[in-house]
Design a protein around this ligand. Sequence first.
Ligand code: FAQ
Length: 311
Amino acid sequence: PDGSGQRRFDELIATDSRIEPSDWMPAAYRKTLVRQISQHANSEIIGMQPEGNWITRAPSLKRKAILMAKVQDEAGHGLYLYSAAQTLGTDRDTMFENLITGKAKYSSIFNYTTPTWADMGSIGWLVDGAAICNQVPLCRASYGPYGRAMVRICKEESFHQRQGFEILLELMRGTPAQQQMAQESVNRWYAPALMMFGPPDADSPNSQQSMAWKIKRFSNDELRQRFVDMLVPQAEILGVTLPDPDLKWNEERGHYDFGELDWAEFTEVLAGRGPANAIRVSRRRTAHENGEWVRAAARAYADKQSADGQS
Ligand code: FAQ
């Protein structure tokens, strides 16, 4: 009430220090963090599905083991992120409930389907690649538990990105049919991966405030540009073509120019009308319901342990 909490908060932000769960923080800062961190956690959990789809059909035992480990990592990322969000006072049941009733957002990218094995390569190379570009700066997010969770997540994402690149490299060194499968997959994933960074800066209502609070360190368009600049030389090594006729080096800017994205498609996906929105949410709901007996058993066990401890 005397404004000292706000002053201390402003000082911590100005000096690039960390805000911790027990510190005073503005209600709007708390709200935006819960929004972003829970959406991020939801993305990791929903993001298990497009790749989970290929675990039983991976082309070798080695590929199957790698893919299982990757999908498990995603579950782990979701769990640390839900824990980070919980430190802000929102309980996990509420976040799950919002996800399985379709109220909560998660990344647009996971509403696309994975019809071919090459999609495992494209997800690793493009989706994890975009995730790293976006998330490395989040390691310095002003909220301590979020920034610290991101450090480990980014290390694992780097490994994921390399395994995706390697799947595509192997296909590109293979038969013409394999090369075609890789190129066709990159054609489908490229533009949706660029949209992961969010709407253009002029249409991004949250960016300015989130940057002032040092949650976000760069704008959506800045990170998208960084990603495109990173992809072009990697695509050359792979021998795949990025599906954008307007992609070209701009000497003056020192960056690649690229074509306008289909923002109408992005809006449709966010509104729940992407190729796989309905299936993603319904699968998650079914899995949650089927897991009820495990939660009940864990609760009963914990209650018994604490009752035994008291006697
Ligand atoms: N999809 O004002 P802004 C992964 C929403 S990586 C859906 O610009 P903000 C790893 C946004 O929430 C994917 N919604 O918002 C993995 C807002 O709506 P709201 C997850 C989007 O927050 C790989 C509205 O549009 N990564 O999971 C999207 O400042 C492989 C206006 O936008 C993260 O979540 C989108 N693409 O910036 C896992 C990173 N973009 O909330 C498995 C953390 C925007 O007001 C397999 N998040 N919206 O109703 C962020 O960095 C930010 O939240 C942005 C959006 C950059 C996503």
